[in-house]
Design a protein around this ligand. Structure first.
Ligand code: SAH
Ligand code: MG
Length: 215
């Protein structure tokens, strides 16, 4: 299994975000595996936020001489807005009065020394997916957690996962007492489609492999 360079691990641990270390190491391992098995294909993340998980995809991309693409409108999810549980007031742009995670994301990648390994797309996931034109080695879904957003992420991006590529879903909680159900429903849908087979479970991080055609 690919190991995470100590400097990248330190940058990951210092970054703002919502990816615990154990799940992050599983994501990094999946990214390294997909990038090595499918040379030349990019790794794609939905839900950049401040770049914490992006570091992991970027490190794996660098090792395999490919690139990580990360998509976010950078205005935050519902639960990150002012007054909500996951709001961080340091991330509000005082001039426009809205969340803007793009500057912090740029600092995170700079600190990690991984700017050259990432293409950041500032936009809405379904719009980016609709103009995306090539297969990817791995899709990591960690964007909006409403059914509307999680479903659109799945429908937009799952078809772009190359045969034998990986679909990784974060925040999968089979028990509603542990968290919202939208990522779990997306995970179930991927398995029930017959197109994906489960590879690993690390708490709420689920890694699936594309083993069939229909999505
Ligand atoms: N992966 C990050 C956490 C992502 S939080 C980490 O490791 O810390 C979820 C992110 O998804 C937020 O930054 C939010 O702006 C973004 N997001 C939510 N819905 C989106 C959509 N429809 N299109 C693009 N980005 C979206
Ligand atoms: Mg998450």
């Amino acid at each position: 299994m690919a190991t995470l360079d100590p400097s990248h691990r330190a940058a990951f641990e210092a970054a703002k975000g919502f990816m615990p270390l154990d799940e992050g190491l599983a994501l990094h391992a999946a990214a390294g595996d997909a990038a090595a098995r499918l040379p030349g294909l990019p790794l794609l993340e939905v839900g950049t936020y401040c770049g914490r998980s992006t570091i992991l995809l970027a490190a794996a991309a660098r090792a395999a001489r490919t690139v990580a693409v990360t998509v976010d409108h950078h205005r935050g999810s519902e639960e990150q807005q002012p007054g909500w549980e996951y709001h961080d007031k340091e991330l509000v742009d005082p001039e426009v009065g809205l969340m803007d995670t793009l500057p912090t994301f740029r600092r995170t990648l700079h600190a990690a020394g991984l700017e050259d390994d990432v293409i950041a797309v500032a936009g809405r996931s379904p719009q980016v997916a609709a103009v995306w034109g090539r297969p990817v080695a791995l899709v990591f879904i960690d964007g909006g957690h409403t059914d509307e957003h999680a479903t659109a992420d799945y429908e937009g991006w799952a078809p772009h996962v190359a045969p034998d590529g990986l679909l990784v879903v974060h925040d999968v909680f089979p028990d509603p007492a542990d968290g919202g159900q939208a990522p779990y429903r997306v995970y179930r849908r991927a398995l029930d489609s017959g197109a994906f087979t489960e590879v690993s479970v690390t708490r709420s991080l689920r890694v699936l492999r594309r083993t069939g055609p229909g999505i």
